[in-house]
Each structure stands twice: as C-alpha cells, then as structure tokens.
Design a protein around this ligand. Sequence first.
Ligand SMILES: [Zn+2]
Ligand SMILES: [Zn+2]
Length: 475
Amino acid sequence: MSSKVKKIKKTSKKAEKLIKKRNVSDKKRIIGKISKGVSKIEEEILLQPPRGMRDLLPGEQPYWAQLRRITSKLGHEYGFQRIDTPVIEYANLYTRSIGEGTDIIDKEMYTFTTKGGDKVALRPEFTAGLCRAYIQHGMNVLSKPIKLFSIGPVYRYDRPQEGRYREHWQANFDIFGEQDAVLDAQVIQLAYRVVTNLGIKNIQFQINSIGCPKCRKEYQDLLVAYLESKRQKLCQICKKRLESNPLRVLDCKEDKCVQVATNAPQSVDHLCDECHVHFKSLLEYLDELDLPYVINPRLVRGLSYYSKTVFEIWSGDEDGKKHSLGGGGRYDYLIESLGGEHTPAIGFGIGLDRLVAEMKRVKAKTYNESKPKVFLAQLGELAKKKSLRLFAELQKNGILVAESFGRGSLKSQLRVADRLGVEITLIVGQKEALDETVIIKDMVSGTQENVSHAKLVNGVKKILKNNVVVSNNLF
Ligand SMILES: [Zn+2]
Ligand SMILES: [Zn+2]
C-alpha cells in the first residue's frame, strides 16, 4: 500500500468517526475532503439562523420604524437621553445584579469564554449594563434625575416558543437619582403612552410593592415559614426556590404552586413605614392619572435587584387572552451593590417583538417612508452616466427619485415607472445626453417638455406643486 493511499484511508476513517460522534442528522452532513493529502472536514452551511433567532425582513420594517419613532419621540418628550451600551458584558455583572436563583442566571443566559479567557455574556436585559456605565462614567455628578433610554436586542437562552425569541428586542427607560414615588408614576404613565400611541388598547398594569431590604427580610421569613408548611404541595423547582429565592415561588405558573401562593402572606401587608407611604402615594398618583391598574400581590418579577415598586404591562385580546408587554420596577440598591454610591433608580423595559405582534393584531398604523413621485429613465451609455449625476442632483434638492439604471430597455424602465405610479417620468435618451437636456413627462396631464439640466429641478418642482393643487381641488 503506498503512503498516499494510506493517508486517504486514514482520513476517511477520521471523517467517519466524526460523523458518528456528532450524531449527524440528515440536516447536518459532514463532508470529508481530501486535497493534496491534507484532510479538511467541512460542515454543510445551514441556510437558517441559529435556533430562536430570526430575520426582520423589509416587509416587517414599517412596524419597527413606527416603534422606534414612538419610543424615541416619547422618550425625548419625557426628558430621556439615548444611551447605547455593548451587547456583551462580563458575565459576573449580571450574576451579581440579577442574582442566583433566577431563571435568567440559572438557565437563560448566553455565557461564553472569549479567546482571551474572559467569561462574558450576551446581555439578557439592559439595566445591569446601564448601571455599570453610570458608575464607570461618573454620572453621579450630573444633575438629577438622570433619564436614559436604550433600544436594542437582548438574549435569553430559553426554549423558543410562539412569540418568544432567543434574540428579541427591547426599549428601555431608566431614571437615576431620585426616590420620589412620583417618578414611579411617571414611568408607568410613559409606558402607558408608548403602548397606546402604538394603537394598542385594553391595557392593564399589575402593580405590587416588594419592600426594601429592611422590611423584606421580615416578610421573607414569614413567607418561608408559610411555604415550608406547604412544602409537599410545591413543584420540584419551587422546593429548590424555597432555599435560593423564595419570592419566586409566588409567580410560579404550576397549578399547585398557584394554589399555595393564593393564601401566602402578602408583601404589601408587611411593608415598613417608608415603603408603605411610597406605595400609597404611587397608587394615589395612578388614580389621579386614571391609569388602569390592579394590585397583584403575587407579582415579584424574576430579578433580585428590585425593591419597593414592581409592575407589568398587560394587554388583552378579544378572546380574553392576555399578553405581557413588559414591566419594570425600582432598584434603589443596585448601583450601590455594584460599587457605586447609593442611587435610587426606577426603570422599565418593553418587548418590541410582542408589541409588533400586538400591532398586527389590532391593525395598527405603521410608518412608511414617503414614496418617490419621480422616475428617471435613461437610454444608452452616455445617458446612464449623466443620469447618475442627475439623480444625486435631484435628491440634493429634496426630490425623491426612483430609477432602474440596471435595465437597458426604455420600455422595461417605463413599466417600472408605471408600476410605481409616479407623477413624473424623466427621460434622458441618446440625443438628450448629448444636448445636456432632459424630457420631463407629466404623467397626470400627459404633457411633456424638453428642458436643460439647469432648469430641471425647478421644472420638476413646479409640476409636483401643481399636481398637489389639482388633487386638492378634487376633494
Ligand atoms: Zn421597607
Ligand atoms: Zn412551582
């Protein structure tokens, strides 16, 4: 056996082994390639994004554009400034702030080690990164309150299900530096306005207060004592939660846990004076604002950093099905726990993917970029060159132009113009290209004239203006 043949045999055995080891399904095929005696194992490219991720195609974008417009417009009106933090942070920032015993940290975080050996995570939420930035950039010296707005993707490695993606989008509003309950009311009002401005109705807020470290300790002891007495009735996960994060038992979705939670002691009955007054004034503000809310004593939110106010925004459809659109709460001790000075804060996030689904359901208004009313057609090489320049010239003068420069035939270009329903077609033929002129064809009146390049912009503007007058007169 020659050495070359041996090598080939060895390589294909290696490929076979790999195929076995990776339990290759029909989707994934490993091809063993041998060239010049060097082996190369290649995986077939799967023409789809990783599980739980998706493309937001151009057809979807009018919904997203509307979302971006409404969130940033209202954010601006309420005095928020935009901030962008990295999608990746050191993993322990989240472990420390969100806390062990939460689903995010225990199960759902995308954590990995970089080539340099750093343990990092794709952000599962915005708040921790914002607090890190707040401390790092010494924002505590700025005049308070400091209002920050972010928008972008967040990542959760949980089981993808209908309407829930591993990469999903959030808009986030946070206020740092003030502890007055009026701010709690203000962010809830802002959340309400964002959602209703998108055309989504039937909104309800669920509100609760989970107290501060002072009063929560006492409440938690009571709760644990109660839950211990019902231990046998809890699900397996809640039995563990009893040790790691007993508050979470209250929002378990398992029927038997819901039953236990119904009769559990409620945090609102065990607030210290300060927390009690805070919660009472928040409710007074909400009443004053006529915002639709219910107190949900079992609402705890999945994150450990919250104190006092927690809330969620829910929408209901015709079938009575309810969807959580987002939520938030106070986190007066988070910045301190990350090494900053004591800084009260409150914020909320809303899930944009869910909002888009709701917008579609209620047939909400979308945002569409304005359509061009002018089409620029050309014939021949010289005309094509001149047209590229004319296109930019018209755009610079505020005239939106459509074109089909890749097509040679005038007939097929005019078909495109027709399909777009433009009001004006500009034609640069071989003769016009030499003369430095353009034919302006008014598609409404059917008239056409030949103008010099210098007179083109004004000629087009005049026709567009006249057409508006004509169509206005019709109504
Ligand atoms: Zn308290
Ligand atoms: Zn449970």
